[in-house]
Design a protein around this ligand. Structure first.
Ligand SMILES: *Cc1c(COP(=O)(O)O)cnc(C)c1O
Length: 301
């Protein structure tokens, strides 16, 4: 499948005045540059799901997400490229009244949108409900929210092969934890993998990640939720200011939902001496820039 013919991503060095003299190195793996729509980690989580669906002869996929979901838009674009139809179960009945730019783009890619109440949406892992959906939508291949399954984790493992051995700390923003788990499994166990949750109370994700990480890789990882800025999708002027500053310094656009909060947290950790002085940190830019539509006009990029 050549929707993304070359998965190799740039590793960009950040300007050293940012982290000197606290750590040895801070670089960023620019997964956001992969593709304008299917950016970041989403392609890696979807590609083996799509390939599996196609191999097994499915003519459609069905998956789940909210009105701003980077996963849904990537699934919509990916399915279109694979020539299979896509159905989305969208969280929240009100989302139907005025489509977000994300949902509009999904529909433009040909994805069928079905809106359900939050109550129904919460049954998204309930086998009986999935069976019901399967019958209702003509037996599609069902991909869980966020691509959180073994094919998703295996795909993320392909990101690990782009990470040179000389980094000590690998930092990634987390939603479902699939990317962190896939990386933890695929990386050498001596690397420290740090996850940054963009929602309140996100440390529960540490257990979710641990549950799907191989037992011998289960150490050297930690989840932080200190930098949620009020909750998932929430932000304040301080965060926007940080994003504009970061862009001025490094010419890298961060997204307001995930990567901006992670970088803000990493900067605080660096300045407070959390990392040892010889740390070589690789921050993964997981993409998601379409999510900045909600703060359009407030950013310099
Ligand atoms: C979806 C997403 C994440 C979270 O990935 P998970 O595998 O669900 O943990 C992180 N960053 C960005 C930009 C995303 O779109």
């Amino acid at each position: 499948m050549d929707i993304i013919p070359n998965e190799a991503c740039t590793i960009q060095k950040l300007e050293p005045e940012w982290y000197n003299p606290y750590v040895a190195r801070v670089d960023m793996l620019r997964l956001d540059m992969l593709h304008p729509v299917i950016s970041g980690n989403k392609w890696f989580k979807l590609k083996y799901n799509m390939a599996h669906a196609q191999e097994q002869g499915y003519s459609s996929i069905l998956t789940f997400g909210g009105a701003y979901s980077n996963h849904l838009i990537a699934a919509a674009a990916g399915a279109k490229a694979y020539g299979i139809t896509a159905t989305a179960i969208v969280r929240g009945l009100h989302a139907k009244d005025e489509l977000t730019p994300t949902l509009q783009a999904c529909r433009d890619y040909g994805m069928e949108l079905h809106f359900v109440s939050r109550e129904d949406y919460n049954k998204k892992e309930d086998v009986a409900w999935l069976d019901e959906l399967s019958v209702r939508y003509d037996h599609p291949f069902i991909i869980p929210e966020g691509g959180a399954n073994k094919w998703g984790r295996a795909g993320v493992g392909d990101i690990a092969s782009q990470i040179p051995a000389n980094y000590t700390h690998i930092c990634v923003s987390i939603g479902s934890g699939t990317t962190m788990a896939g990386l933890r499994n695929a990386l050498n166990s001596d690397k420290i993998v740090l996850g940054y949750a963009p929602m309140k109370g996100g440390t529960y994700l540490a257990d979710e990640v641990a549950a799907v990480v191989d037992a011998d890789k289960n150490s050297h990882m930690q989840v932080f939720d200190n930098w949620h800025f009020g909750g998932f999708g929430k932000w304040n002027e301080d965060l926007l200011h940080f994003m504009n500053d970061f862009h001025s310094q490094h010419a890298i656009p961060l997204d307001v939902v995930y990567t901006a909060k992670m970088m803000y947290g990493i900067e605080e950790q660096i300045l407070s001496g959390y990392f040892p002085p010889d740390a070589a940190i690789l921050c993964i830019h997981t993409g998601g820039l379409q999510g900045n539509a909600t703060v359009k006009g407030k950013l310099i990029y």
